[in-house]
Design a protein around this ligand. Structure first.
Ligand code: SF4
Ligand code: SF4
Length: 86
């Protein structure tokens, strides 16, 4: 049940979440409009959620219905774009 970054992050990307993540699983990729959480690396500690100024972060089971596509988007983008980088 990883945490997920949803639509409010788009074009905000202030990275408050990145600095509190203990496992560095929140990624910013060039050209992407938002940050993504890697679902295989997230330890579900919840540290990122309260620091987001636009309430973009949820555990996957609490993502609002209108934002559900972001669950797959975080997974697909983080896995694919991280794989491209290495
Ligand atoms: S829940 Fe914890 S491990 Fe997962 S992205 Fe947030 S800060 Fe990182
Ligand atoms: S703290 Fe929120 S708005 Fe800022 S980068 Fe993280 S998810 Fe995006």
């Amino acid at each position: 049940m990883p945490f997920v970054i949803t639509e409010p992050c788009i074009n905000v990307k202030d990275k408050s979440c990145v600095s509190v993540c203990p496992v560095d699983c929140i990624y910013e990729f060039d050209g992407e409009p938002q940050l993504y959480i890697h679902p295989d690396e997230c330890i579900e500690c919840g540290a990122c959620q309260p620091v987001c100024p636009v309430n973009a972060i949820y555990p996957d089971f609490e993502v609002p219905a209108s934002q559900e596509k972001f669950i797959a988007l975080n997974a697909e983008k983080s896995r694919a774009l991280k794989a491209e980088k290495v």
